[in-house]
Design a protein around this ligand. Structure first.
Ligand code: KMH
Ligand code: ZN
Length: 288
């Protein structure tokens, strides 16, 4: 079991809003401040969906993404992971055009078409009914662009079937660099919720040399991350998926969740990895 733990901070995502937690970043300055604080608290990677600073809506605009990426790089050495989901309904071309442009250290690679809803988990009401399209052809195209640009795909899997989608595509010789990296996502309405046996099934279904991390929506976040600390995985927290620090108390920022999970990892003798250590643990190519 690796002693160091790679912590990713997912600052904004596509769905969470300032109306829910005023600390969700919209402007480049807000993203940069959050990223620096997350780095100081122990995060080695920052996962980014840019927002339109006026409306707060997710955007694929290269200037908006560039202002965030370049601003973060000027302030701290945290590794950059750019989302290729961006936001609901963003066309395929715009989901990948920023990857060759910015050549981040990692990028998310979503592994299957699925329901991706916003739902009331108590009543079963569906507030936002959305099909997140990730056909094999699209996943393959995105993986090729990542490979050409030496960007490590973080395979986002929301169900065991998604692992098998990736393992099927992996049969295309040379599509992926080995060892691979997976993010097990729990609690999306349309994917699986956190359960210890599901996490064990995920871990048992990926190649033996692959690295993995977890993230979870709402309360799934703490449960999944705690279990990953125990099982030797890596961690992801942030206002993208969870607005709270504890119970119904809003987090002061993604950095506060990073600090909490870093302390939880230290309790089990797992020290947060630096960005350099994370580069080696996740088998990322060196950057200039
Ligand atoms: N917010 C996560 C549940 C991506 O950016 O590609 C999904 C996610 C996907 O992070
Ligand atoms: Zn994301």
């Amino acid at each position: 079991m690796p002693d160091k733990v790679v912590i990713t901070a997912a600052l904004a995502g596509a769905a969470t809003r300032k109306e829910q937690n005023p600390n969700v970043p919209y402007t480049a300055e807000e993203f940069i401040e959050e990223a620096v604080k997350c780095y100081e608290k122990g995060a080695a990677v920052v996962h980014i969906h840019a927002r339109d600073p006026e409306t707060g809506m997710p955007t694929a605009d290269l200037d908006a993404i560039g202002a965030i990426v370049n601003g973060i790089k000027e302030r701290c050495p945290i590794l950059i992971n750019l989302s290729t989901a961006i936001g609901a309904g963003v066309p395929e071309k715009l989901r990948i055009h920023h990857i060759p442009e910015f050549k981040p250290d990692l990028a998310s690679l979503n592994s299957g078409t699925m329901n991706f809803a916003l739902a009331d988990h108590k009543t079963g009401d569906i507030w936002f009914d959305f099909v997140f399209e990730n056909k094999f052809d699209m996943v393959k195209k995105f993986a090729k662009v990542m490979k050409e640009n030496k960007v490590k795909p973080e395979c986002e899997v929301y169900d065991i079937g998604h692992v098998h989608n990736i393992l099927l595509l992996r049969r295309n010789a040379g599509l992926f660099e080995e060892p691979m990296h997976f993010n097990f996502v729990f609690g999306v309405a349309g994917g699986i919720k956190f359960r210890m046996d599901y996490l064990v099934a995920f871990v048992n279904s990926i190649p033996a040399d692959a690295t993995w991390c977890v993230c979870g929506v709402g309360p799934n976040s703490w449960q999944a991350n705690m279990a990953a600390i125990v099982m030797g995985g890596h961690l992801r927290v942030g206002l993208e998926d969870n607005l709270y620090i504890s119970g119904k108390e809003l987090a002061e920022g993604s950095w506060q969740q990073v600090a909490k999970i870093a302390d939880m990892a230290r309790m089990l003798d797992r020290e947060p990895a630096t960005p350099d250590e994370a580069r080696s643990i996740l088998n990322l190519p060196q950057r200039d």
